[in-house]
Design a protein. Structure first.
Lengths: 247, 247
DNA sequence: CAGTGGTCTAGACCACGAG
DNA sequence: TCGTGGTCTAGACCACTGT
């Protein structure tokens, strides 16, 4: 299918194939329709079945198709919930159809202290950039965010005007790309100060999210504590049974 | 490593290899230690690199190892948080070092009604088994759970003594195996009735979890609404950047 | 029984990291 | 430059589904 000159920049064959199949799913097939067989796809695209399977594995992981041995591969029902993916606040809000923004951003360099130091695996006396933001969606407060980044990884970050995405800044100026994050989510109620900052009554329910983010080399890049308004935010995701080989 | 007569029943070679590597990670190596190279493992175990890679891919998804092209595969730091996996309440509690239990279980057959019918994709007039349970951990209430299962899939479930795991019953008696679930998590505060059932003060924070579970054929098997005490429960998981091929 | 997905072999070349 | 993981080829056999 080389002639479909879609706006794909995908490098690998399986990624190209995945993009093609995604188009097929979204534009031509309906839920529970049967996809072409792996052998058909392999022949059509001039690749091996393994390559086809990689593309389909990916789509299966994303919940777009399901497979039944002996029967075939089928289109999943439209997804109600998104799988848990590592996205920026900006992308997260856009995916929810909301317009993201920030208020009262403050960025300063401070010493890490016990808690932040422990989370980042550095000395409590090491310097970190501390970014405080009130994140908004459609102009209304959505969450309070405190982000800490080791100064050793991003020197002078605190003296840089923070325009655009923080993650983009980290990639472009420091070569730091977040690849993985560990999150811990608690339910809580808001105290007076936080409630006021978020524009809701005191004792309103909220999510408290702690996150440690790593790059591909397993270095800790960021520690963030966020508090989300529960009336505007929910976690929607897909989970799967035992990761496939374990049974 | 054929001579390690561990209690493994794993079928595929990659699953056996994964089990061996897991032992290696947990018993002999330390975080950031280098794992054997893929080619070494392939030769040692008499399999191809692809098979080795499947085992390592798996461990990578589970957050146990990380790989760097050109450098090698390394042991991840001990996991602070678990990846989101589809587990039963029982397994979830055990993983947290708590002793799971149930109180005041009730199971009845009722008509689905609008909400449950919509979630399960059946008629509001169709029959469902409704299971209500107060789930306990170490003898203390942990969550309230309302589970609904279409009677067409599990006839007479309501007339069956519910002993052992519900999921086990579904597999053994009805051939229903849950493979995937969509979850939506909200933060809330408890009203008087729920607070009393959970043994906490009114207006205590809590998680409200809605779940639709599917089998491998994408049939909806179960709808469940659960309310968890926030003082005893948190969601801890790992998230990854864009699913690999998308960039 | 025919056809499907699930697993595996035995190679090959490429892209990247470190000395 | 060399060794590593990342991708791919061209086959093969098995396990399961549906008829």
């Amino acid at each position: 299918m080389g002639e479909s000159a879609g706006p794909q920049r995908a490098g690998t064959k399986s990624a190209q194939l995945r993009a093609y199949l995604l188009g097929l799913i979204e534009e031509q097939l309906r839920p529970h329709d049967k996809m072409p067989t792996e052998r058909e796809l392999a022949e059509t695209f001039g690749v091996t079945r393994l390559t086809v399977r990689r593309a389909l594995d990916q789509l299966g992981y994303e919940g777009r198709v399901y497979r039944t041995q002996g029967a075939g591969t089928f289109v999943s029902e439209p997804r109600i919930a998104k799988s848990v993916e590592l996205t920026s606040f900006t992308d997260d809000m856009r995916a929810r159809g909301l317009m993201p923004g920030s208020q009262s951003t403050r960025i300063v360099e401070v010493t890490a202290g016990a808690e932040v130091g422990a989370q980042l695996g550095i000395s409590p006396r090491d310097a970190v950039a501390h970014i405080y933001r009130v994140r908004t969606a459609d102009g209304e407060p959505m969450c309070l965010e405190n982000t800490y980044i080791p100064a050793s990884l991003a020197p002078d970050l605190a003296r840089r005007p923070l325009e655009g995405s923080l993650y983009q800044t980290l990639v472009e100026n420091y070569g730091l790309r977040i690849d993985k994050a560990e999150q811990s989510i608690h339910a809580t109620v808001l105290d007076g100060e936080m409630a006021q900052a978020l524009g809701v009554p005191e004792f309103s329910p909220a999510f408290k999210v702690s996150r440690v983010a790593y790059d591909a080399r397993s270095r800790r890049i960021e520690y963030a504590e966020s508090v989300y308004r529960a009336d505007r935010y929910s976690y929607d995701f897909v989970i799967y049974r035992t990761p496939k080989g374990t049974k």
